[in-house]
Write a protein of this length. Structure first.
Length: 238
C-alpha cells in the first residue's frame, strides 16, 4: 500500500510539473508573440517613415508631461494677478441700465446685471454666451414669466441706446445671443479680453416685452482672466 501511495504521489508531482511547465511555455509564447507584433509594427512604421511604437510606460510619462506642459501654458496665457482681481472687484455695475441706454421710466421690472469678459469665441463665433448658472441666478424672476418662453427674438438696447434685434439660442450650459450679435460686435468695435459687457434683462413699461440692455466697459487687459478671478469678481454670493 505504501508503495502504491508513493507511486501516486510521484505521478501527481509529475503531472503538476507538466502543468507548471505548460503554463510557463504558454506565458513565454504569449510574450514572444506580443514582442513580435511590436517588432513587426515598428518595422512597418520605419519603412513608411513613421514613428516607432514606444513602451507603454514611456508613453504614459510622455502624456503626463505633455498634459502638465499644456496646463502650464494655459496658466501663462491667463491673467491671475491680484492687481486685476482688485480692479474688477472695485468695478460696480448699476442696478438698472444707465440713462444713456434707456430712460429709467421705461424700465418696469429689471434683473440684477450679469457681467462678463468677452472671450475670443464671443467675438469671433457670432454668439455671446452667458452661463446658465448666472442666468438662473440673475434673470430667474423674469424668466419665470410665461410670456417670453415662446420668444426666440429679443430687443436689445446697446450702449448708446440704439435698438437691435437678436435671436436667442438656449443650451444646457449657456444662454446664447446668436443672430444679430456679430453686427453688434462690429458696430461697437468690441474686442476680446479688454472689453467687458454688463447685461440686464428687463420688462419694457410700454410694450410689456422682455428686453435686454448691454453696456460695455473697457479695461487695459490683454489676457482672459483666470477662473479664480472671474468667480471672485462676478459670481455674486447673494
Amino acid at each position: 500500500m505504501a508503495s502504491l501511495t508513493q507511486d501516486l504521489d510521484i505521478e501527481a508531482k509529475t503531472d503538476d510539473d507538466k502543468i507548471v511547465a505548460s503554463e510557463s511555455e504558454t506565458r513565454e509564447a504569449k510574450k514572444k508573440k506580443v514582442e513580435q507584433k511590436i517588432k513587426d509594427a515598428n518595422q512597418e512604421e520605419e519603412s513608411r517613415g513613421g514613428t516607432m511604437i514606444v513602451p507603454s510606460r514611456t508613453t504614459t510619462k510622455t502624456s503626463q508631461r505633455s498634459l502638465a506642459e499644456e496646463e502650464e501654458k494655459a496658466r501663462e496665457d491667463e491673467d491671475d494677478s491680484e492687481q486685476t482681481l482688485g480692479c474688477l472687484r472695485r468695478w460696480k455695475a448699476p442696478e438698472t441700465p444707465p440713462e444713456k441706454i434707456i430712460h429709467r421710466i421705461l424700465v418696469e421690472q429689471c434683473s440684477r446685471p450679469i457681467r462678463k469678459q468677452l472671450t475670443t469665441s464671443d467675438v469671433k463665433q457670432n454668439r455671446l454666451s452667458l452661463s446658465n448658472s448666472q442666468v438662473r441666478k440673475k434673470f430667474q424672476q423674469l424668466l419665470s414669466d410665461e410670456s417670453w418662453k415662446n420668444e426666440s427674438r429679443f430687443t436689445i438696447y446697446g450702449p448708446d441706446g440704439k435698438v437691435h434685434e437678436m435671436w436667442l439660442g438656449k443650451k444646457r450650459s449657456s444662454f446664447d445671443l446668436t443672430i444679430g450679435w456679430w453686427t453688434f460686435v462690429e458696430e461697437y468695435g468690441l474686442k476680446e479680453c479688454c472689453d467687458f459687457v454688463t447685461v440686464w434683462m428687463f420688462r419694457h413699461r410700454v410694450t410689456q416685452r422682455i428686453c435686454l440692455a448691454i453696456d460695455v466697459t473697457t479695461f487695459a487687459l490683454r489676457k482672459e482672466v483666470s477662473k479664480r478671478i472671474s468667480e471672485a469678481a462676478f459670481e455674486d454670493s447673494d
